[in-house]
Design a protein around this ligand. Structure first.
Ligand SMILES: N[C@@H](CCC(=O)N[C@@H](CS)C(=O)NCC(=O)O)C(=O)O
Length: 208
């Protein structure tokens, strides 16, 4: 199996870590690989290949991986827990990620990878105004177990921690005063070997 893309992308990292927690082996190839465009018609990472099967989108890839290797279970089967897991994945992908993306793009991707200055006003507004209420929500929903659903690791935790892991490359941290539960939660999930492995590789590659 091949996952195309860089683990610096929260979507790519979520997919890699889901595979890692499942014990599924895969190879990583860059988006310059010839088959990436066939896997991902709109050029978004991650792309994926298993034999002659090509697909893109982290959620689609994760759905496939979960179907071919149901255990260990990371997407609960109980209907309400299952729906809540997908809600948290959506929260990570479509609420946390677009906000974090404004910060990361303008402070890292644009100046460091594209060679042009980012728009600091966009990054600062996202950090100061948009992100805190999004994290207020996370702070309010973390159970005492430290796992979002079923008091055990699920896709929900991987999907929520992954975008925050990307922001941490900027030296940014969840504010432990305003968001003490979220700060401890994120640190714990990001310390899992499946996530820490990729984050360490990113740090080494980008000197963050
Ligand atoms: N819904 C997609 C989103 C993928 C996505 O937007 N990836 C970004 C990187 S974080 C990308 O490839 N952007 C490049 C582009 O839009 O050209 C998923 O879950 O995989």
């Amino acid at each position: 199996m091949i996952i195309y893309g860089s683990s610096l992308s929260p979507f790519v990292r979520k997919t890699m870590v889901f595979a890692g927690e499942k014990g599924i082996e895969f190879e990583v190839q860059p988006t310059t690989a010839p088959e990436f465009k066939d896997a991902s018609p709109f050029g978004k990472m991650p792309g994926f290949k298993d034999g002659d099967f090509l697909i893109s989108d982290s959620t689609a890839i994760i759905t496939y991986l979960d179907a071919i290797k149901p255990e260990p279970n990371l997407i609960p089967l109980e209907p309400k827990a299952r729906a809540r897991t997908i809600w948290y994945e959506e929260y990570g992908d479509t609420i946390l990620m677009p906000c974090g993306g404004k910060i990361f793009f303008n402070r890292f991707v644009s100046p460091r990878l594209l060679g042009r200055p980012g728009d600091e006003s966009v990054a600062a507004a996202a950090e100061k105004e948009e992100l805190p209420p999004i994290l207020d929500y996370l702070e309010s929903v973390i159970p005492p177990s430290g796992f979002l659903v079923e008091d055990r690791l699920t896709l929900a935790d991987l999907a929520v921690a992954s975008p925050i892991g990307t922001l941490m490359h900027l030296g940014w941290r969840v504010d432990p005063v305003r968001h003490p539960m979220a700060a401890a939660y994120v640190d714990k999930i990001l310390a899992r070997p499946s996530l820490a492995y990729w984050i360490a590789k990113e740090k080494a590659a980008f000197g963050t």
